[in-house]
Design a binder for this molecule. Structure first.
Ligand code: HEC
Length: 147
């Protein structure tokens, strides 16, 4: 991990809350943790980081690297506003068959199906504006102790 040294070095400065990917009783994921500095990629919690990576591999070809859409797939930063987690998961499970274009179902895709929560975390952060466009890095694990 190229950035590990720097992330660990920053760890002491971060006062972080409990588990980033913790699920509440309702099944809604906790909001993403995002920390941005002007001269470096934003740093995000592990779930959001995984969501970003899965998105780049599985979704960006159609929806764009920053989820802002393409000529043939919608801008998810707009489309996801007001979308519930349930509806988002259903769209991935069943695919989406719109009037002009379609998205294949991913509910049985081993590269996507295990990562719905993480995709949701990344895309919610993009849709709410908490996470600006651009590549991201991982925040250090809050429970990791430095030697
Ligand atoms: C083959 C291209 C393609 C890929 C890959 C793709 N999508 Fe889509 N997606 C689309 C298109 C096209 C639509 C909208 C169709 C329309 O509105 O007519 C869409 C719609 C959506 C919607 C909106 C559904 C709704 O109910 O409004 C979400 C959310 C979404 N995609 C998420 C994702 C995620 C997350 C991934 C990666 C796992 C992904 N998509 C991969 C093409 C794609």
């Amino acid at each position: 991990m190229r950035h590990l040294r720097r992330l660990v070095a920053c760890g002491a400065a971060l006062a972080l809350g409990a588990g980033a990917s913790a699920q509440s009783e309702s099944g809604e994921a906790a909001p993403a943790r995002v920390e941005c500095a002007s001269d470096a990629p934003c740093r995000v919690d592990l779930a959001t980081f995984i969501g970003w990576r899965v998105f780049q591999a599985q979704c960006a070809t159609c929806h764009g690297a920053d989820a802002r859409g393409s000529t043939f797939a919608p801008d998810l930063t707009q489309r996801m506003r007001g979308m519930t987690q349930r509806n988002f998961f259903a769209a991935l499970d069943q695919g989406y068959f719109g009037p002009q274009s379609t998205m294949p179902p991913r509910g049985r895709d081993p590269n996507v199906a295990p990562y719905y929560d993480e995709l949701w975390s990344f895309l919610r952060a993009r849709a709410t504006g908490a996470l600006p466009p651009g590549p991201v890095e991982r925040l250090p694990n809050p429970s990791a102790r430095e030697p």
